[in-house]
Design a protein around this ligand. Structure first.
Ligand code: HEM
Length: 367
């Protein structure tokens, strides 16, 4: 309360007001510019997560509710049985001797089409989310090829553009793909692999690779660069998938195999030698590197992805427990932000509609 004889401050002078408004205006403009920069509106050529995500919607068309990449897939559940051997590499509770960790996974085909024929691509994928008793998680998304075509998000983007369907033919233009490969010699090892790769007729017979490098830290604080892969255990090779196979051959094969018992993969960690590149997924490490068998992945059940437990999971490979961290591989942060853009789009669009692949495996199968 003002005393009777007190006077109010006389107010700001015109000059002071001008300064105040200028400062407020600058702050608002600065904030807007920061949003604009982050959103890529100020620099249309700058590579953003949304711009990469758009490449999975060729011609501006998408399949609402589905993952923007690896759209056709099936959920699986099971657990991981630790051997204890990887405890020397990472302090994660998952690698404690005799740990048994529940998991939710997803087996899938790369590509944005949830109705793609199983024989359309020679690559299959396996994503896993391990949930530890103390609430920590390890999420990993692996592909069935031992080497990635490109090393950087920019090259990935260029490859996506080069292999997009030509609006005139509806098919990728071989000349553009050839030109991309010619200007990207780092794709050589991948091209060599892809020449002999065949689309397998089973998810169960494939090995799946982390491709990116990560850093493991053990209880003594020793840090080492690693990659990992999962290798099928006791599963004889299956035939190649052919165009004659049913659209949902892979799902039906999985359901059939699980009705006979669980499927198993060995989780093998490869430890880098000093000097092995950790920032370049186009360069596999030599086979002679130390291999540590961390344990066994046991898959017991499958569920259609439109109502299964994997549907809403973002298998972001940067979600890691204590004792694991991302490396300096530039693909990892890019993957994290583009997966988030994909999750944002698909969850905003509503629930995935049942796909042909879903209907083939709409009941749970376990033994
Ligand atoms: C910059 C490079 C990459 C980009 C932009 C990219 C993009 C994407 C996107 C948008 C999704 C869908 C995510 C979702 O909606 O949940 C996805 C899924 C997936 N990606 Fe990548 N990816 C990249 C590199 C890789 C690499 C190197 C691997 C292999 C190790 C990989 C393996 C997978 C797998 C397995 C899935 C399916 C996950 C699931 O089943 O939900 N990706 N990717």
């Amino acid at each position: 309360m003002l005393e009777k004889n007190e006077t109010r401050p006389s107010g700001l002078t015109a000059g002071q007001k001008l300064i105040r408004f200028t400062v407020i205006g600058a702050a608002v403009l600065g904030l807007g510019a920061a949003f604009g920069y982050t959103g890529g509106w100020l620099a249309p050529q700058r590579l953003t997560a949304d711009r990469i995500a758009n490449t999975f919607e060729p011609g501006g068309k998408s399949h609402p509710g589905f993952r923007r990449n690896h759209a056709k897939g099936i959920c699986v559940t099971g657990h991981f049985e630790s051997s204890g051997a990887a405890q020397t590499l990472s302090s994660t509770p998952m690698f404690s001797p005799d740990a048994s960790i529940p998991l939710v996974g997803r087996l899938a085909l790369p590509g944005p089409n949830p109705y793609a024929p199983d024989s359309s691509v020679p690559i299959r994928s396996f994503a896993l989310r391990f949930s530890m008793p103390d609430g920590q998680q390890w999420r990993t998304a692996m592909n069935s090829m031992p080497v990635f075509p490109v090393a950087t998000p920019q090259s990935f983007y260029e490859q996506q553009l080069a292999s997009a369907p030509d609006p005139k033919t509806g098919k990728p233009d071989p000349a553009r793909i050839k030109a991309f490969f010619a200007s990207h010699p780092e794709t050589a090892q991948f091209r060599k692999w892809v020449k002999t790769a065949r689309p397998s007729a089973s998810f169960a017979t494939e090995a799946y690779y982390s491709l990116n490098a990560f850093v493991f830290t053990n209880n003594e604080g020793v840090r080492q660069n690693v990659r990992w892969r999962v290798v099928p255990l006791g599963t004889p090779a299956a035939d190649d998938a052919t165009p004659e196979h049913d659209q949902n051959y892979l799902d039906m094969d999985l359901v059939q195999r699980l009705s006979e018992g669980p499927l198993r993969w060995r989780l093998i960690v490869t430890v880098a030698d000093p000097g092995d590149p950790s920032n370049d997924a186009t360069k596999p490490w030599p086979d002679s590197r130390r291999q540590v068998e961390a344990g066994t992945i046991v898959i017991e059940k499958s569920q259609a992805q439109d109502h299964g437990p994997c549907r809403d999971i973002n298998f972001d490979p940067t979600v890691l427990p204590q004792g694991m961290a991302i490396s300096d591989d530039p693909l990892l942060p890019a993957r994290s932000s583009v997966y988030a853009a994909s999750v944002d789009r698909r969850t905003r669009e509503g629930l995935s509609r049942p796909s042909p692949s879903s209907s083939a495996a709409s009941s749970e199968h376990s033994k």
